[in-house]
Each structure stands twice: as C-alpha cells, then as structure tokens.
Design a protein around this ligand. Sequence first.
Ligand code: F6P
Length: 463
Amino acid sequence: MASSGKSELVVLANRLPVRKVDTGPSGDQWATSPGGLVSALAPILRERGGSWVGWPGDTGEAPKPFTHDGIRNVPVGLTSGELEAFYYGFCNRTIWPLFHDAVRPPEFHRRWWWPYVEMNSRFASAAAKRLSEDGTAWVHDYQLMLAPQMIRMKKPGARIGFFLHIPWPPEELFAQIPWRRQIVEGLLAADVVGFQTKLAAINFARAARRLTEATGSDSELRYRGRKVLVRAFPISIDTERYEQLAESETVLERVLSLREMLGPERRVILGVDRLDYTKGIDVRLRSFEELLSRGTVSASNTVFVQVAVPSREQVDEYTHERESIERVVGRINGAFTEPGRVPVHYLYRSLPVEELVAYYLLADVLMVTPYRDGMNLVAKEYVASRRDGSGVLVLSEFAGAANELRGSLLVNPHDIDGMAQALEAALHLPKAEVGKRMSALRRVVRRHSVFNWADAFLKAVAA
Ligand code: F6P
C-alpha cells in the first residue's frame, strides 16, 4: 500500500499505457502512449502504487510485467485467433456497432462470445493477482464488461469501479444481444458503474432491472445484497496541456506556415476523427459540397481540412467507410478545385499533437458530427486550444459532449440540409456572437479536466 493511505489501484484497460517502439538486444523498448486517460491515471498510479493490466497491441506471448515511467505494466497476451475473435470480432463487430445505435448491423456469433469470456477472465486473473484484499480495481470500457464480476469472485472485499467510454444503447437495442444478461451481471458486480452521460446511465439501469433481479432507481441499484452506484462521469481532457501547446512557439510557427500553404485569405473548416463509420465524416463533407454547389462558398475562399486517423483497418465496414469517404473527397475536389486551390485537404494519417493543435488554431470552424459518440474529446481539445475566444464549434446532438458544450451550434448529423445551414451560419456568425459562444464553451472545459474526472470517479468508488 502506498504512503498516501489510499488503497493501491489496479487499472484494467484493453490497451496498456505504453506502446512498443523497438525490440533491441536489451529487450523491448516502450514509449508512453499519448492521450488523456493515460495522463490522468499515470500520476494516480505513481502516487498510490499499483499496476495497469492491458494488451500490448500485438499477438504472441505477452512480455513479462515491467515498469515504465514509474508505472507497473502487466501485459496480457492474445493469440492471432483471439485477436480475430475477441478484438475484431466481439468487441468491434458486435458491441461497437450495437452500442452506437446499430449504425451498422451488429453481428452475433457464438464463436466470438467464448473468446470474449476467455479474455475477460485472463485480464481479471492478472488483475486479481496484483490486487490486495481491500484494493481498488478500475475497469475500463466495452472490451472488459465481464471483468468486474470475475474480479469480485476472486476478491470479494475489493472496491471495483467500471467506466464505459462509449454510449450504452437504448433498452430495445441492447435487448438484441444474446448474452445481454451475462454482460449486465458482469457489470453489476462493480460498486460504481460510470457512463459518459445521464442517458447512458438510465439505459443501463433499465436493462439491469429488466434482465436481472436488480431493483432500485436509475442512479442506485440493489443487486444480490450489494449497492451499485450508476452515474454519469463525463470524461474530459488535460485542458492545461492544450492551452500550453496553443501558445508554444513550435505550434505558432506551424500555424503561420500552414496558413501560408492553405491560402491566407481562405476560411478554414476542420474535421478530426478516427476513421470510423460512427463519425459521420461522409455526410459532413457532403454538407460542405452542398455549399460549394450553391455557390455559398468556393475553393478560392474556403478550405475543408479533414484529418482521418486510420483505425481497425482489418474490419470490412471500416474499409468500406474509407472508400466511401474517399469517393466523396474525390468527387468534391474533381468538381470544385480551382487552379492552385483544392477545396478538401484529406489527411489519412495520425498527426503529432503539436500539428493537431496548429490545425485547431487555424480552424474558423470545427465540425464534430458523429451519428453517436460516447463523449468526443476532439471537441474539447479545440475549445481548450482557442485561447483568444475565437472559433465556432458545430457539434452533433448525438455526441456525449453536446450535454456540456451548449455554446456550440448543435446539428443532426443525418440531416445534410440542416448541417449545410449550420455550416453556413458558423461561417457568418458575427464576431461578438462567436466570442460569447466560445467563452461559454471555454468555461466548461476549463472547469472540468480529465484530472477532476478521475478524482470524482475514484472518490465515488471509495465511498
Ligand atoms: O472510444 C473507445 C475506444 O476504444 C478508445 O478507448 C480507444 O482509444 C479508441 O476507441 C480506439 O480504439 P482501438 O483501441 O480499438 O484502436
């Protein structure tokens, strides 16, 4: 147990907080992964002591536990068959589409379910080995929904928290999955089940009452003699980091050079997403195409920069989505390019954070228009970066962030005309209105960082 007096913490997440950068004569070399979750939990793990149990990102035998940057990493290995069935199969072709309002038909296969059970059990065993009798386990996300129950069986006295980073679907959609009761029971073994939004928490509580003997309210369930707190804990970002990056010399120099290259006279519209069919990239681009067709904007005065970060490329739906986006980009550029001025700049790659912030600073408008999204941190990163109070956020009403970021222009991402209208409004919003909206957004993002989020969640688990 660490000197702070708090019990030690074991974090379980599908991915470790590090990624392998090299394998040399002295063994594997690791680098800390970027991202808010890692930066929020790393200091807590260093202070309290404990471990992070996760998948190192490749197949084959797992490396032995190791310490990197003050954190004990406990790798859990996957065979290539398990990668197919557990990660690409059950996690990303069953749960992912189902929990995102079935925007693609989820597939239910018994041959994927059993590897899901097996992997959850492997994660839970690795965690239980490192967990003291009264220690705290924090389980993350949809890949590990059975783990709370498996840990509870081995450590009945532990405090267990579960946080779902993605949405929890409405009752009638969740009811489709053949293993619905096992999943809900897996989660009800936690002391706290946390969600991004109140709606997700309500959806879960309803499913729990319908499918198990759980009783109680939408925020507190009783299950097998135990109390389970069900609540929204909206995740955030390391706000200060983005604020600092936004005034760093490297970033500001990059803004100048990018502006020169894109055309200093042009307004910039930006989209930044993992290339995923839930993100609504195609319809968003079509709303821009609509404005080009109407002559409201032209390639000489406006440019759309779309960053699409490659993701889950082995899943067919992701390949199809990429093809469909690239067709739209090609069509728009074919029809509307003017000499030296291409209307859509499409970057299919991941960018270093400094480059990303440079784009945030360039963008007059950021479009975040997912069909369904747990939270969407890109929206919050943009707001944190806009220190001067300029910039307009066009945000889907189906992103978790829409509950907090009320100063944005909210849109229905399925409605091309509505989005074109919102985009046009965003480009013409009077300066005073832009400032008023952005300062409202900035108040929200500055008040609540990912550190506050982690703190609030762990306090609830300890209570
Ligand atoms: O938003 C859900 C999530 O699983 C995140 O936890 C993760 O960073 C992202 O999607 C990317 O997913 P994957 O780990 O499958 O590449």
